[in-house]
Design a binder for this molecule. Structure first.
Ligand code: PEP
Ligand code: MN
Length: 336
Protein backbone atom coordinates (compact mmCIF):
# COMPACT_ATOMS: atom_id res chain seq x y z
CA UNK A 1 0.00 0.00 0.00
CA UNK A 2 1.08 3.60 -0.51
CA UNK A 3 0.25 6.14 2.14
CA UNK A 4 0.19 9.56 0.54
CA UNK A 5 0.75 12.30 3.09
CA UNK A 6 -0.85 15.71 2.86
CA UNK A 7 1.40 18.41 1.42
CA UNK A 8 1.66 20.17 4.76
CA UNK A 9 2.06 17.03 6.86
CA UNK A 10 4.63 17.47 9.61
CA UNK A 11 7.74 15.33 10.12
CA UNK A 12 6.23 14.02 13.36
CA UNK A 13 3.08 12.94 11.56
CA UNK A 14 5.16 11.09 8.95
CA UNK A 15 7.20 9.39 11.69
CA UNK A 16 4.13 8.40 13.64
CA UNK A 17 2.48 6.82 10.56
CA UNK A 18 5.70 4.95 9.75
CA UNK A 19 5.87 3.49 13.25
CA UNK A 20 2.21 2.58 13.14
CA UNK A 21 2.82 0.69 9.90
CA UNK A 22 5.83 -1.11 11.42
CA UNK A 23 3.76 -1.99 14.49
CA UNK A 24 1.31 -3.73 12.13
CA UNK A 25 4.18 -5.99 11.01
CA UNK A 26 4.75 -4.23 7.68
CA UNK A 27 7.90 -2.57 6.38
CA UNK A 28 7.60 1.23 6.09
CA UNK A 29 9.79 3.22 3.72
CA UNK A 30 9.47 6.99 3.69
CA UNK A 31 10.03 8.58 0.29
CA UNK A 32 10.31 12.35 0.29
CA UNK A 33 9.43 13.75 -3.15
CA UNK A 34 9.47 17.33 -4.36
CA UNK A 35 5.65 17.45 -4.37
CA UNK A 36 4.70 15.16 -1.52
CA UNK A 37 5.92 12.57 0.92
CA UNK A 38 4.69 9.00 0.58
CA UNK A 39 5.21 6.00 2.80
CA UNK A 40 5.40 2.60 1.14
CA UNK A 41 3.94 -0.10 3.40
CA UNK A 42 5.11 -3.47 2.21
CA UNK A 43 4.20 -6.93 3.44
CA UNK A 44 1.07 -8.97 4.00
CA UNK A 45 -1.60 -6.33 4.53
CA UNK A 46 -4.49 -6.68 6.89
CA UNK A 47 -8.05 -5.92 5.89
CA UNK A 48 -8.27 -2.93 8.21
CA UNK A 49 -5.06 -1.24 7.02
CA UNK A 50 -6.62 1.35 4.70
CA UNK A 51 -9.33 2.43 7.17
CA UNK A 52 -7.07 2.66 10.17
CA UNK A 53 -4.31 4.65 8.44
CA UNK A 54 -6.45 6.87 6.24
CA UNK A 55 -8.10 8.47 9.26
CA UNK A 56 -4.76 9.48 10.84
CA UNK A 57 -3.73 13.15 10.94
CA UNK A 58 -1.56 14.23 8.00
CA UNK A 59 -2.67 11.39 5.71
CA UNK A 60 -4.23 12.33 2.38
CA UNK A 61 -5.00 8.87 1.00
CA UNK A 62 -4.06 5.21 1.07
CA UNK A 63 -3.88 3.38 -2.26
CA UNK A 64 -2.81 -0.13 -3.21
CA UNK A 65 0.36 -0.63 -5.27
CA UNK A 66 -0.93 -2.45 -8.34
CA UNK A 67 2.47 -3.63 -9.69
CA UNK A 68 3.89 -6.90 -8.31
CA UNK A 69 7.16 -5.07 -7.58
CA UNK A 70 6.78 -2.30 -5.02
CA UNK A 71 9.95 -0.31 -4.26
CA UNK A 72 10.92 -0.42 -7.94
CA UNK A 73 7.56 0.93 -9.02
CA UNK A 74 6.83 4.45 -10.20
CA UNK A 75 3.67 4.28 -8.13
CA UNK A 76 5.84 4.41 -5.02
CA UNK A 77 8.48 6.84 -6.33
CA UNK A 78 7.13 8.93 -9.21
CA UNK A 79 10.36 10.84 -9.78
CA UNK A 80 13.26 9.21 -11.65
CA UNK A 81 16.19 8.05 -9.53
CA UNK A 82 19.64 9.45 -10.15
CA UNK A 83 22.60 7.18 -9.47
CA UNK A 84 25.91 8.94 -8.96
CA UNK A 85 29.23 7.19 -8.47
CA UNK A 86 32.32 9.40 -8.75
CA UNK A 87 31.79 11.33 -12.03
CA UNK A 88 29.40 8.72 -13.40
CA UNK A 89 25.75 9.79 -13.26
CA UNK A 90 22.71 8.02 -14.72
CA UNK A 91 19.01 8.86 -14.50
CA UNK A 92 16.89 11.98 -14.16
CA UNK A 93 18.29 13.45 -17.38
CA UNK A 94 21.89 12.32 -16.87
CA UNK A 95 23.39 9.82 -19.33
CA UNK A 96 26.26 7.71 -17.97
CA UNK A 97 28.80 6.08 -20.29
CA UNK A 98 30.61 2.92 -19.17
CA UNK A 99 33.20 1.32 -21.43
CA UNK A 100 36.10 -1.09 -21.30
CA UNK A 101 37.05 -4.64 -22.12
CA UNK A 102 34.81 -7.66 -21.67
CA UNK A 103 37.52 -9.24 -19.48
CA UNK A 104 40.48 -7.79 -17.67
CA UNK A 105 43.44 -9.52 -19.37
CA UNK A 106 46.60 -7.65 -18.37
CA UNK A 107 47.82 -4.39 -16.88
CA UNK A 108 48.70 -3.00 -20.29
CA UNK A 109 45.34 -3.99 -21.83
CA UNK A 110 43.31 -2.53 -18.96
CA UNK A 111 45.30 0.67 -18.43
CA UNK A 112 45.35 1.55 -22.12
CA UNK A 113 41.60 0.88 -22.32
CA UNK A 114 40.90 2.99 -19.22
CA UNK A 115 42.91 5.92 -20.59
CA UNK A 116 41.26 5.69 -24.00
CA UNK A 117 37.66 5.48 -22.80
CA UNK A 118 38.26 8.29 -20.32
CA UNK A 119 39.75 10.48 -23.08
CA UNK A 120 36.67 9.75 -25.22
CA UNK A 121 34.38 10.93 -22.41
CA UNK A 122 33.33 7.79 -20.52
CA UNK A 123 32.85 8.14 -16.77
CA UNK A 124 32.69 4.43 -15.96
CA UNK A 125 35.17 1.62 -16.66
CA UNK A 126 33.91 -1.92 -17.24
CA UNK A 127 36.02 -5.06 -17.05
CA UNK A 128 35.20 -8.58 -15.93
CA UNK A 129 37.50 -10.22 -13.39
CA UNK A 130 35.09 -13.09 -12.70
CA UNK A 131 33.75 -14.24 -16.06
CA UNK A 132 30.60 -16.31 -16.58
CA UNK A 133 31.63 -18.42 -19.59
CA UNK A 134 29.46 -20.91 -21.44
CA UNK A 135 32.33 -23.39 -21.52
CA UNK A 136 34.37 -24.31 -18.44
CA UNK A 137 37.41 -24.49 -20.75
CA UNK A 138 37.15 -20.79 -21.75
CA UNK A 139 39.10 -18.05 -19.92
CA UNK A 140 37.43 -17.61 -16.52
CA UNK A 141 38.91 -14.21 -15.66
CA UNK A 142 41.87 -12.96 -13.61
CA UNK A 143 39.79 -12.93 -10.41
CA UNK A 144 41.39 -10.93 -7.56
CA UNK A 145 44.41 -9.97 -9.69
CA UNK A 146 41.94 -8.50 -12.18
CA UNK A 147 40.17 -6.59 -9.41
CA UNK A 148 43.51 -5.11 -8.33
CA UNK A 149 44.15 -3.88 -11.86
CA UNK A 150 40.68 -2.32 -12.01
CA UNK A 151 41.30 -0.56 -8.76
CA UNK A 152 44.64 0.77 -10.04
CA UNK A 153 42.92 1.99 -13.22
CA UNK A 154 40.37 3.83 -11.09
CA UNK A 155 43.13 5.41 -9.01
CA UNK A 156 44.82 6.75 -12.13
CA UNK A 157 41.79 7.83 -14.15
CA UNK A 158 39.04 8.48 -11.59
CA UNK A 159 36.65 6.31 -13.61
CA UNK A 160 33.98 4.43 -11.62
CA UNK A 161 34.73 0.71 -11.81
CA UNK A 162 31.90 -1.64 -12.89
CA UNK A 163 32.67 -5.33 -12.52
CA UNK A 164 30.69 -8.53 -12.23
CA UNK A 165 30.20 -10.56 -9.08
CA UNK A 166 29.12 -14.10 -9.83
CA UNK A 167 28.76 -15.69 -6.41
CA UNK A 168 27.40 -14.69 -3.02
CA UNK A 169 30.68 -15.69 -1.33
CA UNK A 170 32.60 -13.24 -3.56
CA UNK A 171 30.48 -10.16 -2.81
CA UNK A 172 32.71 -8.83 -0.01
CA UNK A 173 35.86 -9.32 -2.08
CA UNK A 174 34.48 -7.68 -5.23
CA UNK A 175 32.90 -4.85 -3.21
CA UNK A 176 36.34 -4.02 -1.76
CA UNK A 177 37.60 -3.08 -5.24
CA UNK A 178 34.53 -2.14 -7.29
CA UNK A 179 32.43 1.02 -7.36
CA UNK A 180 29.45 -0.74 -8.96
CA UNK A 181 28.65 -4.45 -8.63
CA UNK A 182 27.39 -6.00 -11.85
CA UNK A 183 24.98 -8.92 -11.63
CA UNK A 184 25.14 -10.72 -14.96
CA UNK A 185 22.30 -11.97 -17.11
CA UNK A 186 22.91 -15.57 -16.03
CA UNK A 187 22.49 -14.61 -12.40
CA UNK A 188 19.48 -12.30 -12.68
CA UNK A 189 17.35 -14.77 -10.75
CA UNK A 190 20.02 -15.88 -8.26
CA UNK A 191 18.01 -14.54 -5.36
CA UNK A 192 20.65 -15.15 -2.65
CA UNK A 193 23.15 -13.17 -4.76
CA UNK A 194 20.62 -10.36 -5.23
CA UNK A 195 20.12 -10.18 -1.46
CA UNK A 196 23.86 -10.16 -0.89
CA UNK A 197 24.53 -7.30 -3.32
CA UNK A 198 21.56 -5.52 -1.74
CA UNK A 199 23.23 -5.81 1.66
CA UNK A 200 26.63 -4.68 0.30
CA UNK A 201 25.44 -1.08 0.12
CA UNK A 202 27.24 -0.68 -3.24
CA UNK A 203 25.44 0.53 -6.37
CA UNK A 204 24.34 -2.40 -8.54
CA UNK A 205 24.03 -2.83 -12.29
CA UNK A 206 21.47 -5.60 -12.77
CA UNK A 207 21.52 -7.17 -16.23
CA UNK A 208 18.35 -8.61 -17.69
CA UNK A 209 18.27 -12.40 -17.97
CA UNK A 210 18.24 -13.54 -21.59
CA UNK A 211 14.77 -15.03 -21.17
CA UNK A 212 13.40 -12.87 -18.39
CA UNK A 213 10.14 -10.98 -18.73
CA UNK A 214 10.00 -7.36 -17.64
CA UNK A 215 8.09 -8.31 -14.48
CA UNK A 216 10.74 -10.91 -13.62
CA UNK A 217 13.46 -8.31 -14.27
CA UNK A 218 11.78 -5.75 -12.01
CA UNK A 219 11.09 -8.31 -9.31
CA UNK A 220 14.79 -9.23 -9.37
CA UNK A 221 15.58 -5.53 -8.81
CA UNK A 222 13.03 -5.57 -6.00
CA UNK A 223 15.16 -8.16 -4.12
CA UNK A 224 18.04 -5.66 -4.07
CA UNK A 225 15.84 -2.70 -3.14
CA UNK A 226 14.19 -4.76 -0.42
CA UNK A 227 17.56 -4.95 1.37
CA UNK A 228 17.51 -1.15 1.69
CA UNK A 229 19.83 -0.57 -1.28
CA UNK A 230 18.20 1.97 -3.61
CA UNK A 231 21.24 2.32 -5.90
CA UNK A 232 20.04 -0.03 -8.61
CA UNK A 233 20.44 0.38 -12.38
CA UNK A 234 18.69 -1.89 -14.87
CA UNK A 235 20.64 -3.05 -17.90
CA UNK A 236 18.90 -4.24 -21.05
CA UNK A 237 21.44 -6.48 -22.77
CA UNK A 238 19.21 -8.33 -25.20
CA UNK A 239 17.09 -11.44 -25.03
CA UNK A 240 17.16 -14.79 -26.78
CA UNK A 241 14.74 -15.06 -29.70
CA UNK A 242 14.41 -17.18 -32.88
CA UNK A 243 16.56 -14.60 -34.68
CA UNK A 244 20.17 -15.48 -35.47
CA UNK A 245 21.39 -12.37 -37.30
CA UNK A 246 22.35 -10.94 -33.93
CA UNK A 247 23.75 -12.73 -30.85
CA UNK A 248 20.72 -11.58 -28.84
CA UNK A 249 17.76 -9.40 -29.80
CA UNK A 250 18.11 -5.93 -28.27
CA UNK A 251 14.68 -4.40 -27.58
CA UNK A 252 15.00 -0.65 -27.28
CA UNK A 253 11.31 -0.62 -26.40
CA UNK A 254 12.55 -1.62 -22.95
CA UNK A 255 13.61 2.00 -22.40
CA UNK A 256 10.19 3.67 -22.62
CA UNK A 257 8.51 0.65 -21.03
CA UNK A 258 10.81 0.63 -18.01
CA UNK A 259 10.63 4.40 -17.71
CA UNK A 260 6.87 4.09 -17.45
CA UNK A 261 7.02 1.32 -14.83
CA UNK A 262 10.02 2.20 -12.72
CA UNK A 263 12.06 5.14 -11.47
CA UNK A 264 15.32 3.16 -11.82
CA UNK A 265 17.81 4.24 -14.51
CA UNK A 266 17.94 2.12 -17.67
CA UNK A 267 21.34 1.31 -19.19
CA UNK A 268 21.64 -0.26 -22.65
CA UNK A 269 24.35 -2.76 -23.60
CA UNK A 270 24.64 -2.67 -27.40
CA UNK A 271 27.68 -4.99 -27.34
CA UNK A 272 26.04 -8.12 -25.90
CA UNK A 273 22.72 -6.94 -27.36
CA UNK A 274 23.98 -7.32 -30.93
CA UNK A 275 27.14 -9.44 -30.77
CA UNK A 276 28.61 -7.63 -33.77
CA UNK A 277 31.05 -4.75 -33.55
CA UNK A 278 29.66 -3.08 -36.67
CA UNK A 279 26.20 -2.75 -35.07
CA UNK A 280 27.32 -1.33 -31.74
CA UNK A 281 27.64 2.29 -32.89
CA UNK A 282 24.15 2.55 -34.41
CA UNK A 283 22.42 0.82 -31.51
CA UNK A 284 24.29 2.97 -28.99
CA UNK A 285 23.15 6.14 -30.75
CA UNK A 286 19.59 4.80 -31.06
CA UNK A 287 19.53 3.95 -27.36
CA UNK A 288 20.45 7.51 -26.39
CA UNK A 289 17.81 8.81 -28.80
CA UNK A 290 15.28 6.49 -27.15
CA UNK A 291 16.02 8.07 -23.78
CA UNK A 292 18.39 5.54 -22.21
CA UNK A 293 20.06 6.74 -19.00
CA UNK A 294 23.36 5.17 -19.92
CA UNK A 295 25.34 2.79 -22.09
CA UNK A 296 27.79 0.00 -21.31
CA UNK A 297 30.06 -0.79 -24.24
CA UNK A 298 32.87 -3.29 -24.76
CA UNK A 299 36.10 -1.67 -25.96
CA UNK A 300 39.44 -3.41 -26.51
CA UNK A 301 42.88 -2.25 -27.72
CA UNK A 302 43.02 -5.19 -30.14
CA UNK A 303 39.56 -6.75 -30.54
CA UNK A 304 40.65 -9.55 -32.84
CA UNK A 305 42.97 -10.88 -30.12
CA UNK A 306 40.62 -10.36 -27.15
CA UNK A 307 40.26 -13.28 -24.73
CA UNK A 308 36.47 -12.84 -24.73
CA UNK A 309 33.85 -11.09 -26.86
CA UNK A 310 36.31 -9.52 -29.32
CA UNK A 311 33.75 -9.87 -32.14
CA UNK A 312 31.50 -7.33 -30.40
CA UNK A 313 34.20 -5.03 -29.02
CA UNK A 314 34.95 -1.60 -30.43
CA UNK A 315 38.44 -0.23 -31.01
CA UNK A 316 39.42 2.94 -29.13
CA UNK A 317 38.84 5.00 -32.29
CA UNK A 318 35.40 3.50 -32.94
CA UNK A 319 34.36 4.12 -29.35
CA UNK A 320 35.47 7.75 -29.55
CA UNK A 321 33.28 8.16 -32.66
CA UNK A 322 30.33 6.55 -30.88
CA UNK A 323 30.76 8.85 -27.89
CA UNK A 324 30.83 11.90 -30.15
CA UNK A 325 27.64 10.88 -31.91
CA UNK A 326 25.83 10.02 -28.68
CA UNK A 327 26.78 13.39 -27.23
CA UNK A 328 25.39 15.09 -30.34
CA UNK A 329 22.10 13.26 -29.91
CA UNK A 330 22.03 14.21 -26.25
CA UNK A 331 22.65 17.86 -27.12
CA UNK A 332 19.98 17.82 -29.82
CA UNK A 333 17.44 16.35 -27.40
CA UNK A 334 18.36 18.90 -24.74
CA UNK A 335 17.75 21.78 -27.19
CA UNK A 336 14.07 20.91 -27.57
C1 PEP B 1 29.48 -8.98 -19.57
O1 PEP B 1 29.04 -7.85 -19.33
O2 PEP B 1 30.64 -9.20 -19.98
C2 PEP B 1 28.54 -10.12 -19.52
C3 PEP B 1 28.97 -11.36 -19.30
O3 PEP B 1 27.28 -9.75 -19.74
P1 PEP B 1 25.88 -10.55 -19.64
O4 PEP B 1 25.76 -10.97 -18.21
O5 PEP B 1 24.87 -9.54 -20.08
O6 PEP B 1 25.99 -11.73 -20.59
MN1 MN C 1 31.32 -9.67 -22.65
Amino acid sequence: MIVVMEQNATEDQVKSIASRIEAMGLKATVIVGTERTVIAAIGEKRGTFKDSIESCPGVSEVTPISAPYKMASREVRPEPSLIRVRDFAAGAGQVGYVAGPCSVESEEQLMSSARAVKAAGATGLRGGAFKPRTSPYSFQGMKEDGLKLLSAARDETGLAVFTEVMATEDVDLVARYADVLQVGARNMQNYRLLEAVGKSGKPVLLKRGASATMDEFLLAAEYILNEGNDQVMLCERGIRTFESHTRFTLPLASVPYLHRRTHLPVIIDPSHGTGHTYMVHDLAVAAVAAGADGLIIEVHPDPSNAMSDGYQSQTFEAFAETMKRCRKVQAALAEE
